[in-house]
Write a protein that binds this ligand. Structure first.
Ligand code: ZN
Ligand code: ZN
Length: 154
């Protein structure tokens, strides 16, 4: 199974899905459905439901992931991956890094098999400090990088 290679070209996505995906790729960070709605008002988005429908379609295609712990969505890193990835969330700048490791989920599965727990879905989300923040350089990839009009950033 190579889910990503079987995808239609991005141009073949329904308009709303394409707009939501473009918005998420542009910000390179997590956004909630309501933040996306604000970003896309100019494109004719009026209701949260419109955004949620587009996000559902994109998640089905593996182009967008939901970060459960912050109820936000992020564009997939676009690498081929079948397993649900893990996410590392920076508490300083809000950056989210998608981490894939084929061994991670199978390890969880074997732990569950051992304990008799029937695993349905694994969500691995870690909080901490991203490499740029840890080194004092700050980050240019997360929420903190968003340039808001009228807000000075030191
Ligand atoms: Zn992904
Ligand atoms: Zn950071």
């Amino acid at each position: 199974m190579q889910p990503h290679s079987a995808l239609p070209a991005q141009g073949a996505l329904p308009r709303n899905q394409r707009l939501v995906l473009d918005a998420l790729r542009k910000v390179r960070g997590p956004r909630t459905a309501y933040e996306l709605l604000e970003n896309l008002r100019d494109q004719g988005f009026r209701a949260p439901l419109t955004v949620y429908r587009a996000l559902d379609g994109l998640r089905d295609k593996g182009l967008v992931h939901r970060i459960e712990s912050i109820k936000a969505f992020i564009a997939c890193c676009e690498h081929d991956h079948e397993d649900r990835p893990a996410f590392a969330l920076c508490e300083s700048c809000g950056a989210v890094v998608e981490i894939e490791d084929a061994g991670m989920v199978s390890r969880l599965e074997s732990i569950c098999a051992r304990t008799g727990f029937k695993l349905k879905k694994a969500m691995i989300e870690m909080t901490g400090t991203c490499a740029p923040c840890a080194s004092g350089a700050g980050s240019g990839t997360g929420r903190g990088s968003r340039s808001l009009p009228g807000r000075d950033r030191a």
